[in-house]
Design a protein around this ligand. Structure first.
Ligand code: PLP
Length: 435
């Protein structure tokens, strides 16, 4: 083992081999880089796959090295930790995962978290202070709305929202209203929005911010990219500064883990990392390892799920027991949503809303008759899931807000997986028969 790490007998550990990210002028694609980027087998006994590093702390080479590490961790020296220090700050599995997550959005840096919500909470706590305002698109995932509206509100942080799909003028007017109440600390978007699938015009948000606010006083634009990212939407390329993920969904992709991420420019990631170091919201090594495995098949899984969803939606849209299907692949030509889709998205995803003719009775009869699709909340897994938001995830939402968001009793939310598409169509067909 010693000879392996010290092949020249020089007393020096073998240095990591430089990562190959291009062949000549050809930049390697994310699907290729997911197999090895950020990991050198030579540092782990030649293991093809990274071991899971179950350790709470890391041994320093010397006292001076330990001091230098802590200067980086505490921000006394820019650039963060140069090595591994303590597992609340970083670890090999998480670092490899973060390198690979950054690849998908061509980002400078990425951070992994214990859940999508801990990523969002850490982000908000990093940028917001008492008296500040958050400008956000609406609707947001329910727990994010709770965090901003009810929890941060207790600490004197205000918020104001604009509807997803708003124009640059409408967004600018909301920003002006926010500025009248305090410093705008963060612009927070979710697109497509959960549960409406409404898209936000990131380019318009950026234009409104840059027009209204002088350079140096511009809040970061963060966007929850859980529903289409990273394959079908890369918001950093359209003007967002930070991309946020529940990795629990498509990135994890097997409904067997909970995790989150924030991806973006290093200068913005660094303060978020400091906050994560303090709070301990980093993902654990085992989950990070599972995510490395997930990312190897991300493009395959998402591509298949997207194709399956197109197939299933085409079948459902024509069915006599179906009122309508709200799916990004069906946006009305010439509409504002279709325009945003054309500029920002490269695929319609596999999560959509099915409105049955009738009400709760019909929705429940349909759900109870499904055999392949499982009756469960969440999305983005290999298996198809279906649920009734009005009776489940959004049960506690006030009726008026439910009506405004289109969360009616006849709504079924569906996330299509990677099963055989004909089998899925057969399952939906027989469940509709039973209604
Ligand atoms: N963002 C969106 C759009 C979500 O749908 C979810 C969960 O459903 C989250 C964030 C929260 O993620 P997690 O459950 O991993 O904390």
């Amino acid at each position: 083992m010693d000879n392996e790490n010290d092949p020249t007998g020089s007393g020096q550990r073998r240095r990591p081999r430089p990562d190959v990210t291009a062949i000549g002028n050809r930049r390697l694609k994310p699907a290729t880089l997911m197999m090895g980027h950020g990991y050198d087998p030579a540092l782990s006994e030649g293991a093809l796959k990274p071991p899971i590093f179950l350790t709470s702390t890391f041994v320093f080479e010397s006292a001076a090295a330990g001091k230098r590490h802590f200067e980086g961790v505490t921000g006394k020296r820019p650039g963060g930790a140069e090595g591994l220090v303590y597992s609340r700050f970083n670890g090999p599995n998480q670092e490899i995962l973060e390198d690979r997550l950054a690849v998908w959005e061509d980002a400078e840096d990425a951070l992994s978290f214990s859940s999508g919500m801990s990523a969002i909470a850490t982000l908000l706590l990093t940028f917001c202070a008492p008296g500040d305002m958050i400008v956000h698109s609406g609707p947001l995932y329910a727990a994010t709305e709770t965090l901003i509206g009810r929890i941060l509100g207790k600490f004197g942080i205000g918020w104001i929202d604009f509807p997803a799909g708003a124009t640059e003028e409408e967004i600018a007017a909301v920003m002006e209203a926010a500025r009248a109440r305090g410093r705008v600390a963060l612009i927070y978007l979710e697109s497509p929005a959960n549960p409406t699938n409404a898209l936000v015009d990131v380019e318009a948000v950026r234009a409104a911010r840059d027009r209204l606010l002088p350079e140096g006083d511009r809040p970061p634009i963060a966007i929850d990219n859980t529903f289409l990212g990273p394959l079908w939407q890369q918001p950093l390329a359209h003007g967002a500064d930070l991309s946020v993920y529940s990795l629990t969904k498509y990135a994890g992709g097997h409904s067997d883990l909970v995790a989150g991420a924030v991806v973006g420019r290093e200068s913005l990631i660094t303060p978020v990392r400091m906050m994560r170091n303090t709070l301990g919201t980093i993902t654990d090594p085992n989950t990070a390892w599972m995510l490395l495995r997930s990312l190897e098949t991300l493009e395959l899984r998402m591509t298949r799920a997207g194709e399956n969803a197109a197939r299933v939606c085409a079948f459902l849209a024509d069915h006599p027991k179906v009122e309508r299907v709200v799916y990004l692949g069906f946006l009305a030509a010439g509409s504002r949503q279709a325009d945003i889709y054309a500029r920002h998205c490269s695929g319609a995803g596999s999560t959509f809303s099915l409105y049955l003719k009738g009400g709760e009775r019909e929705a429940f009869a349909f759900l109870d008759s499904l055999t392949i699709a499982k009756l469960a909340v969440s999305l983005g897994g290999t298996e198809t899931l279906a649920s009734a938001p009005a009776a489940m995830t959004h049960l506690s939402v006030p009726d008026a807000r439910k009506a405004a968001l289109g969360i009616s009793d006849n709504l079924v939310r569906i996330s299509i997986g990677v099963e055989d598409p004909d089998d899925l169509v057969a399952d939906f067909a027989q469940a509709l028969e039973a209604v």
